[in-house]
Design a binder for this molecule. Structure first.
Ligand SMILES: [Zn+2]
Length: 333
């Protein structure tokens, strides 16, 4: 991607490399035995910025997100309206579909994350209200594009949920984020919402986090008021998983399924199948089996320049997740 951006590679050459990256990833992912797979977002610039690729209405100096290890990520800032996505997540699936044989999950960025693009000072000809209305429409179209391209499940990345509590301990910002995302979800049928999930994590970039110090208790009850059927919840790296699971149990609704994070993506140590099994058994003490699934805590490389975790390690961790989940299921069924 860097060589292409610098004009050292043609679109055709990039396409060949993209095909190989996606087909290799899917092949390895399917070989782990995972019942649902994705393309590893191999061709997205990042989990958050793919809708902005090539837009001319952005400046570089938007909100800065500091991570615990001292590194930062900066979002762009919107300079003019109207706001439109340059690209929908479903468009990536035309390539993915060529190689995949299992049910497919596609990730999209949340409307609440994109809402951070609007500057603190209102734009002269484009109010925040107009922006949010356009944003909801685009976020709906983004999810719809995934279903239209055969996604079995769509995951909304909501990493800024926990961060919102850090930015505003009164939790008004979190409530605004949830209201905005619920507005997006209201455009889908009950059946479709059962195929839509929300991912929460304290950040997982370069093996570091942005909001792990925020008490999960501040987030989880409100998180479960989102009108989605599935929740992909970071848990393996959590300091006090029992407490978090207890809170989930108290707030869980009948039509919600919790995919508990059993793989710590910020650690390079590969979990044993037994470690994973024990994490699932712990979760099963709180969450009914029919509403319990497993997942990795977060993406292994949410930004395309994050190379801290090797592909070999990532797939070894996914294999441990599948094997450990199977061991737990044998005991629980
Ligand atoms: Zn995450």
């Amino acid at each position: 991607m860097v060589a292409y951006a610098q004009g050292e590679m043609t679109t055709e050459e990039l396409d060949i490399l993209f095909d190989k990256a996606v087909s290799d990833t899917i092949k390895e992912f399917e070989a782990t035995g995972s019942p649902v797979v994705c393309d590893g977002e191999q061709t997205k610039p990042s989990f958050a910025t793919y809708p902005l690729d090539g837009l001319d209405s952005l400046a570089a100096d938007g909100i800065i997100i500091p991570f615990a290890d001292g590194h930062t990520r900066q979002l762009p800032r919107l300079t003019k309206g109207p706001f439109r996505y340059a690209r929908y997540a479903g468009s990536y699936l035309t390539r993915t579909k060529k190689f995949i044989t299992r049910p497919l999950k596609q990730a999209v960025i949340s409307a609440s994350a994109m809402s951070l693009l609007y500057p603190p000072e209102p734009l002269p000809d484009y109010s925040r209200k107009e922006f949010l209305s356009d944003l909801v429409q685009e976020a709906v179209a983004d999810i719809r594009s995934c279903f239209d391209n055969d996604a079995y499940q769509v995951q909304i990345d909501f990493t800024e949920g926990r961060l919102a509590v850090k930015l505003d301990p009164s939790r008004q910002l979190l409530q605004q984020f949830i209201d905005l995302n619920n507005q997006v979800l209201s455009h889908f049928s009950v059946e479709e919402r059962q195929r839509i999930g929300i991912h929460t994590c304290p950040g997982g970039d370069q093996d570091s986090t942005h909001s792990a110090d925020v008490d999960y208790e501040e987030l989880l009850p409100m998180l479960l008021t989102l009108h989605a059927g599935n929740f992909y919840v970071q848990m393996a790296s959590e300091k006090d998983p029992e407490k978090a699971l207890q809170i989930i149990a108290e707030n869980l609704r009948p039509n919600q399924r919790i995919y508990v994070g059993v793989i710590d993506v910020t650690s390079e140590e590969i979990e044993s199948a037994e470690t994973v099994r024990d994490r699932v058994l712990q979760a099963a003490k709180y969450i009914p089996l029919a509403q319990l699934g497993t997942t990795d805590d977060c993406g292994f490389s949410p930004f395309n320049d994050d190379v801290v975790t090797s592909r070999t390690n990532a797939f070894a961790k996914i294999r441990a997740r599948i094997q450990g989940s199977q061991l737990a299921y044998e005991q629980l069924k």
